[in-house]
Ligand binder design. Structure first.
Ligand SMILES: NC(=O)c1ccc[n+]([C@@H]2O[C@H](COP(=O)([O-])OP(=O)(O)OC[C@H]3O[C@@H](n4cnc5c(N)ncnc54)[C@H](O)[C@@H]3O)[C@@H](O)[C@H]2O)c1
Ligand SMILES: O=c1ccn([C@@H]2O[C@H](COP(=O)(O)OP(=O)(O)O[C@H]3O[C@H](CO)[C@@H](O)[C@H](O)[C@H]3O)[C@@H](O)[C@H]2O)c(=O)[nH]1
Length: 429
């Protein structure tokens, strides 16, 4: 099928590449010229394992191309996917400006009957609005069907998730559109769940909010563990063996970050608020996460009278491993507080340092390796559990001025760190 994808960020590019890989002809349209130039050469603008290789293969097979020209992008499309950003407004609600612009672009340039599929995470009712915008602005009077098809991929394992997802949700209000989008996705071999548009929109927010709730829940249990002398890993393991609870997303640490959980939890609180419902539980989840971000700095302040003359190594900057994405990364708040308290910060991340430099305080020093960042440090903070950090030999911490480690991701065994002579502070253990 001929498919266009509007917006080639983490979701749009992975969607375009995956759909090309299963045999569709894909044109990706983006307004960012530099990005499009890069992608035309088979270079991914984002770090995502396996993406460059799959991009190149499908470009060569002439199933995948890129353009900044909406007219060219939509000319032959039977289906158009919207995958533009829906960032957070100041009040926590979702900013729909990019989605609405994409709808106007579609309206202006389509010349045949089209199914418009929304991949972007959008509040309930947005797909109705998209259809309205297209109908109001279209130049040729074409049949438009709209499908809500929320995306569940995780950064760092986006391709794996696309080909092995737990479900593909298709929200449509007519059988023709639902059937067509089922056909598009059939080759993935992933279970398909059909529902109406509004339920599909809400499934996305409810899923992210539930996962965020699991994380804040285990982080509160971790706080209790520290106070009563229990081990949160043992508690999580014992809980997770109950299949009704499940073992996933029960890793305690410095809370959730990234481009989705922080904004989507707040957007769902707003969605509820808009219909006069106070989502108390989710407000608690957000507050706990806020508190969690500063946990390591609180522990540092408990350990040291002042940070003013301290050299602090920060290991890991991205919001999670295997991505260069810095959106809502814990490192943003943590390094800001450290600098504010007068510490010297030497940071290292295997992939995200270029993006970090654009975002973090200009006083931060960047190291080329874990070893270099640890040299002469008074303390080390682990913020992202990259394999390279997780697999580091605890004896390496002896290169520090004093081997004191604050681990926000529970990467190391408490016993091994103790045996290596490291003063080790982790979360809930
Ligand atoms: N990042 C994730 O892991 C993830 C996972 C599931 C769902 N989502 C949702 O998917 C959506 C996209 O997220 P993302 O992280 O890929 O965003 P992103 O910010 O990485 O990418 C958005 C892209 O859209 C482009 N764009 C904006 N307006 C455009 C227009 N009118 N025409 C063409 N291109 C346009 C931008 O230039 C950018 O390249 C969001 O709603 C997000 O909540 C994200
Ligand atoms: O047990 C856990 C699991 C995750 N995290 C943190 O939670 C955040 C999000 O992690 P993850 O969900 O793995 O990454 P994302 O790429 O943000 O993916 C989430 O957000 C996407 C965007 O909506 C959804 O598509 C995915 O299904 C959903 O998992 C990260 O900061 C993790 O460190 C924890 O603290 N403890």
């Amino acid at each position: 099928m001929n498919i266009s994808v509007v917006g080639t960020g983490y979701v749009g590019l992975v969607t375009g590449v995956s759909l090309a890989e299963i045999g569709h002809h894909i044109i990706c349209v983006d307004i960012d010229e530099a990005k499009v130039e890069k992608m035309k050469q088979g270079i991914s603008p984002i770090y995502e394992p396996g993406l460059d290789e799959l991009m190149s293969r499908n470009i060569e097979a002439e199933r995948l191309s890129f353009t900044i020209n909406h007219q060219e992008g939509f000319r032959h499309a039977d289906v158009i996917y919207i995958a533009v950003g829906t960032p957070e407004n100041e009040d926590g609600s979702a900013n729909l400006a990019f989605v609405e612009q994409a709808a106007r672009d579609i309206a202006k340039h389509i010349t045949k009957d089209t199914i418009v599929v929304t991949k972007s995470t959008v509040p309930v009712g947005t797909n109705d609005r998209i259809l309205e915008i297209i109908k109001e602005n279209q130049i040729h009077n074409m049949q438009i069907d709209i499908v809500a098809n929320p995306e569940f991929l995780r950064e760092g394992s986006a391709l794996k998730d696309s080909f092995n997802g737990d479900r593909i949700v298709i929200g449509a209000n007519n059988d023709y559109a639902a059937g067509m989008i089922e056909k598009v996705n059939e080759p993935f071999g992933v279970p398909i769940y059909h529902t109406d548009i509004r339920s599909a929109e809400l499934i996305k927010y409810a899923s992210n909010a539930f996962l965020a709730t699991k994380i804040s829940f285990i982080n509160e249990i971790a706080a209790i563990c520290e106070r009563v002398g229990a081990n949160v890993e043992h508690v999580a393991k014992g809980m997770g063996m109950d299949q009704r609870i499940g073992e996933k997303f029960l890793n305690a640490g410095i809370g959730y970050g990234g481009s989705c959980f922080p904004k989507d939890t707040k957007a769902l609180i707003q969605i509820a608020g808009n219909v006069a419902y106070d989502f108390e539980l989710l407000k608690g989840v957000v507050n706990v996460n806020q508190k969690q971000r500063a946990l390591l700095v609180d522990k540092l302040n408990e350990r040291f009278a002042t940070l003013a003359d301290k050299r602090i190594a920060v290991l890991g900057l991205a919001f999670k491993p295997n991505t260069d994405d810095m959106r809502e990364a814990a490192s943003i708040i943590v390094t800001e507080i450290l600098i504010e308290q007068g510490a010297t910060v030497i940071a290292y991340d295997p992939v995200a340092m270029e993006n970090a430099k654009k975002l973090l305080h200009s006083n931060i020093i960047y190291a080329e390796s874990v070893e270099e960042s640890l040299e002469d440090a008074d303390a080390a903070l682990v913020l992202t559990e990259w394999d390279e950090i997780r697999n580091a030999d605890p004896s390496g911490f002896q290169a520090m001025k004093s081997p004191i480690v604050f681990d926000g991701r529970n990467c190391f065994s408490v016993e091994k760190m103790r045996d290596s002579g490291v003063e080790y502070w982790s979360v809930g253990r």
